[in-house]
Design a protein around this ligand. Structure first.
Ligand SMILES: Cc1ncc(COP(=O)(O)O)c(C=O)c1O
Length: 491
């Protein structure tokens, strides 16, 4: 017989419809064999009275169960648990809907332990050092939401809501072509642009198209480690060249090219990641000439082009590329906020066509509504206004952050004031270690996080990036205060 009605708990405050709560509970009871096949369910009237719900709720619940095949209805006899249900091995049934989920699988799969990054858990009252990201509190969310709402309420918006182009929204591609040609000296048509979900997707697609096992790609020592891992996914060989105050040492690339064939060079030319330096004009030209001579690709990751405090932005390598060697990658994720996954990969039409084919395997298309929103955001001048506004704020923060670092930690850290971007590259005096500092910092509610990632090849440079843009002035004082307390204990 049917178990006690207390089993069928209903949460009247829940947003889920009563009939669905009820049918889900029945399903759990059947799966866990608390309700065995052929058990007769109470009549809808009796159960409704019992549970103090409207009879229509129980009828809807039974219809749902019928539709899903958990029960069967026998004329003139009533509703019964389906007699032919196979037995299912299930975990202990819980009545509170608070499943724990499973930790392990019942099958084997390919794991890459090197990818297992341990992100710090957010703890109350803690301050978190980051790699250099924008302050989400300054994001013009209201403006973006207004544009999004307006777009969604257009009469023919449904046309944008089906499967669309693999290349991304055409309007955005055209607006971006205009915008980037004007602001970054490019000379591209919209057909040279693939809209991505951020720079990382552009790096991944480029890697997929350029690299196979044992192919060589040149990167800096140091380099953006997520790019390293992406290239290693293609089983490529990483050839590292030195980085100094003028960026990648292009002469070393030339030496490599004389000895072996390379497929690509990855470069964060504007602000080298992680050290923040800018690739000098002379080296830019040298690199472009080498690319032409030795027919390799330059993956130019221009992740934070907009933020320059001492000079106007330096035009990207892509703006001088007459021979189709540069794959130019960018996004709004640094400029506006990481949550808005809108970016671009710009290259020859031939490359962009193939990249769009590859993209299909992992993402059938982008978010057309968000893309249309950013199309307007850029065309209206909102993006430029936002950049102007936050630049002033970040410059003030950079100046304060660097001044305090200089005042308080003269003998501990060495750094250059970054000319742009959102982070400082801090080298720690060799007598200290980041490991110890990170451990002691915990006591002062300061999370230094992934300090190891900056020295992926164990060169021992003892440096990390510290983002300054996320904190307001008061928070910068507090952060430096916590760092001071930490360093007092380290000494
Ligand atoms: C150098 C560099 N390239 C690419 C990315 C990825 O950016 P996106 O969020 O646009 O995918 C980041 C993010 O931190 C970065 O620092």
């Amino acid at each position: 017989m049917f178990p006690n009605k207390t089993i069928l708990k209903i949460d009247r405050k829940s947003k889920q419809a009563l009939y669905l709560q009820l049918s889900n509970t029945f399903i759990e009871l059947i799966k866990s064999r608390k309700l065995l096949p052929e058990t007769k369910l109470p009549s809808s009237r009796a159960l409704a009275e019992n549970l103090n719900v409207h009879r229509k709720t129980v009828v809807a619940c039974y219809e749902e169960l019928l539709l899903q095949g958990w029960v069967e209805s026998i004329a003139k006899k009533g509703t019964f648990v389906n007699a032919n249900l196979p037995e299912l091995n299930v975990q202990d049934f819980k009545f509170d809907n608070q499943g724990k989920g499973t930790n392990t699988t019942g099958f084997s799969f390919y794991k890459n332990e090197e990818l297992a990054r341990k992100y710090p858990k957010m703890k109350d009252g803690f301050m978190y050092l980051n790699d250099g990201i924008s302050d989400a509190r300054l994001t013009p969310t209201e403006d973006i939401a207004r544009i999004y709402r307006r777009i969604c309420s257009r009469k023919h918006i449904y046309k944008e809501m089906s499967y669309g182009s693999l290349f991304g929204n055409e309007k955005l591609r055209k607006t971006l072509a205009n915008y980037l040609n004007k602001t970054r000296g490019l000379s591209v048509s919209y057909e040279n642009i693939l809209i991505t979900r951020g720079s990382q997707m552009g790096i991944y697609l480029s890697s997929k198209l350029l690299l196979k096992k044992y192919d060589f790609i040149v990167i800096g020592e140091t380099n953006y480690t997520s790019a390293d891992s992406t290239f290693l996914q293609s089983e490529a060989n990483l050839a590292r060249v030195s980085v100094d105050e003028n960026g990648l040492k292009i002469q070393e690339i030339e030496e490599i090219c004389k000895k072996k064939s390379i497929k690509a060079v990855y470069v964060t030319s504007h602000h080298h990641h992680p050290t923040t330096v800018t690739l000098s004009a002379e080296r830019r030209i040298h690199l472009l000439n080498l690319a032409q001579k030795y027919s390799f690709a330059i993956i130019e990751d221009d992740y934070d082009y907009d933020f320059n405090y001492n000079h106007s932005p330096i035009l990207p390598l892509a703006s001088h590329d007459a021979n189709g060697n540069v794959i130019y990658i960018g996004s709004v994720c640094k400029t506006v906020a990481p949550v808005f996954r809108v970016g671009y990969l710009i290259a020859s039409k031939e490359f962009v066509n193939e990249a769009s084919n590859q993209r299909r395997f992992i993402d059938r298309q982008g978010d057309a509504l968000l893309e249309l929103t950013f199309e307007e955001f850029i065309k209206n001048g909102d993006l430029d206004r936002h950049v102007k506004k936050v630049m002033k704020v970040y410059k003030t923060r950079r100046d304060l952050f660097c001044r305090l670092l200089e005042d308080k930690f003269k003998d501990v850290f060495h750094f250059e004031i970054p000319k742009g971007g959102m982070a400082v590259w801090l080298t720690l005096n060799k007598k200290y270690s980041w490991k110890t500092i990170a451990e002691i910092a915990q006591k002062h509610k300061l999370e230094i996080g992934e300090w190891q990632r900056y020295d992926a090849s164990n060169s021992g440079h003892n440096s990390i990036r510290m983002g300054f843009a996320t904190y307001n002035e008061e928070e910068i004082y507090e952060l430096i205060n916590r760092l001071s307390k930490t360093m007092n204990e380290v000494k």
